[in-house]
Structure formats: C-alpha cells, structure tokens
Design a protein around this ligand. Structure first.
Ligand SMILES: [Zn+2]
Ligand SMILES: [Zn+2]
Length: 315
C-alpha cells in the first residue's frame, strides 16, 4: 500500500515539476536596466513630401504571454500583420508586406504544430489596399524587409518585378530556406543586397542611410533571424519611428524590458542572445528618446501611431 502511494507521488512529481518549470519561463523577469544611450543624435534632412502610412493586412489571434514574459496567458491580443508605406520623393518603400493574396495556401505549408496553435484573420492583402487607395503598386521603388519570416513576406509575389532589399545575411538565410520561411515557394523575386557602409547610429554599430538624407536609416539587429534589421524613419516634423520587426513581439518587450518566454525564444529566434543584445540597445535608446515611436511588427499600438493609408494619403 505504502509503495503504491510512493509511486503516485513520484508520478505526480514527474508531471508537475516540468510543468511548473515550463510555466515559470513565462513569468515576468525584466532584463537589467541599461544606461540610457549617451551618443550623438544624428542629423536628418527629410524632404517635406515624406510620409509613413500603416497598412494592416490582418491579425494573428494570440495571448499576451506569447508576446513577452509576464504577459497573461488569459489576455487575448490580436497581433498585427502589416506593412508600412514610406513615401519619399526619391522612391517609395514598403517595409514588410504582412499578409498577401495567397496567405491561405502559403499557410498550409508551415509546420503542423505551428499551424495547430496559430489562428489568423486576413483583412485585406497589402497590394489590394494600395490599389484601393489609388496607389499603383508598380510605383514602389522597393520592398525593404525587417526579416524574411512568413508573416513579413507573404505579399512578395503580389509585387512582381519590385526589388526586395535584404542584408547578405538574410539573403543567405532565405537560400537555406527554414521551415518558417515562405520565400522558398516564390520564384522570380528580385532580391537586392545592401550593406552597412556608414558608421554607428543611435547605439547600433553600423548603418545604411538609404537616400543619404538621414530620413531612412537601416541598422543591423541580428538575432531573431541572422539578418534582421531595424529601420529608423525620421519625418520632416521631427517625428522619429523605429520599425523593429520581431525584435520584440509587443511593446512591453521594450517598456517592461521583457524578452519572449524561453519556449517562444527557442522556436522563434535563431540567436536569442544576439536578439537580447539588440533589445537592450533599443531600451537604452528609448530611455534617451522617450518620444521615439517604436513599432514592433506585431503590435497594433505601434501602427495606431501613424496615419492609415487612404486615397488622400496615397496621392
Ligand atoms: Zn519573425
Ligand atoms: Zn513576425
């Protein structure tokens, strides 16, 4: 009788202990607060015609705990799936595409386990939103990717012939074709590599000034994927945005200094330590520039801080 009770206790422990340990990786655990960024603030001379416009293509139905440590397992959150149109007289850019026209059939190619826990709603593909606003998608100068995961590139086939700007590291990642990557399904995409020819920028070690006027500056933020970047956009008004891709899924990654939970990091990041280093750089920068608008690719609150695309805006 006694040995039976011992067996029950051991079996319960064998189930409960790993479950509690796993659950504990979702508990809040803020990163140590870094010193605020103390370097120079780079000059920018953005042309007055510039503008940024949110193009939210749909949502992924998640819970806060998926986004950051300390987030509730019971708080439902819709994660944005979006692109951003950046208008510039030297050439308009689209930062990421969000969902494209073929998301449903593309999604069926993702790993079974991921599909089993992922529920999305397509609102309207990015190319169709541009057209509906009276903007000819062929007017785009290029698509600039924060990185090449499925939910950022789904719309690429809807822009045939438009160059897709990537870092050499991300281009190599695309060639190796991971299971969360749609790019292997696409043919005829014109990838163009760029490099970081300029010096440090706002705490990041190197930079690429797209039009040489400081209005659109890309910095390496490798970690989530091998060639992930952050795109800083400065408008004539002085408003400064940081499009951080999946550096953090939700703003609490920055404001509460919370990484993704261990299980999510393990599945989502190729180099979680590298991602943490860049997250700390952004946190240090936000300490110095509280007015900086940070736009994680999957946080609706970031996209709410820019105008939505409209026929007036697209002109
Ligand atoms: Zn990603
Ligand atoms: Zn993503």
């Amino acid at each position: 009788m006694r040995s039976k009770s011992v067996c029950i206790v051991v079996a319960a422990g064998a189930i409960l202990i790993p479950a509690v340990l796993l659950l504990s990786t979702f508990w809040a655990s803020p990163l140590p607060k870094p010193e605020p960024y103390a370097g120079p603030l780079p000059m920018a001379t953005p042309p007055r015609e510039m503008g940024v416009f949110a193009v939210v293509t749909g949502v992924n139905h998640r819970v806060a705990a998926f986004g950051y440590r300390g987030g509730s397992l019971f708080e439902r959150r819709d994660f944005s799936m979006a692109g951003t149109l950046v208008k510039h007289p030297k050439g308009d850019l689209l930062i990421d595409t969000g969902f494209g026209r073929h998301i449903d059939e593309q999604f069926r190619r993702l790993p079974f386990l991921f599909r089993a826990v992922t529920f999305y709603s397509l609102w309207r593909p990015v190319a169709d939103q541009l057209t509906a606003a009276g903007y000819d998608p062929k007017s785009l100068h290029a698509i600039l990717l924060t990185h090449s995961h499925w939910d950022h590139v789904s719309g690429l086939p809807d822009f045939p012939g438009t160059p897709v700007w990537v870092t050499a590291q991300e281009h190599e990642f695309i060639r190796r074709s991971g299971d969360m990557d749609f790019c292997k399904l696409f043919t005829g995409i014109r990838y163009e590599e760029y490099s970081f020819e300029s010096g440090p920028y706002l705490g990041f070690p190197a930079s690429h000034d797209v039009y040489g006027d400081g209005s659109i500056v890309v910095v390496p933020a490798f970690g989530h994927t091998p060639g992930s970047v952050i795109i800083f956009v400065t408008l004539p008004s002085g408003t400064r945005y940081a499009f951080v891709g999946d550096l953090a899924y939700q703003l609490e990654g920055i404001t509460q200094r919370e990484e993704r939970a261990w299980l999510v990091r393990r599945k989502a990041d190729t180099d979680a330590a590298g991602n943490r280093e860049n997250l700390l750089r952004m946190i240090a920068l936000k300490e110095r520039l509280p007015e900086l608008i940070i736009v994680p690719a999957h946080d609706m609150r970031g996209f709410a801080q820019m105008p939505a695309l409209s026929p007036q805006a697209a002109r």
